[in-house]
Design a protein around this ligand. Sequence first.
Ligand SMILES: [Zn+2]
Length: 89
Amino acid sequence: MMRNAPVDHPDALRLVVELSSVYVACDDCGHSRILRLDNLTKVAELGVHNYMQLCRKIRCSECPKKPPAFRNLTIRPTWRCDEVLQSIA
Ligand SMILES: [Zn+2]
């Protein structure tokens, strides 16, 4: 059985510009941070267009560099349209 990679994520092909923020936690050291709109705008300018590409880019700033498959990150995206739905509900 293959491990669930971000590639299999249903949101994999959604665009970075649709995100409002991304919560990132490292399961190895416990360090967490939130990528906000200005961070996301910056990565989009660097050529990262969809969520799958973004997940490959994200790494823990505290841990030594590792290939994406060996990172233990919890990544929780917040999509702009979901926020709209929440404010209507
Ligand atoms: Zn870490």
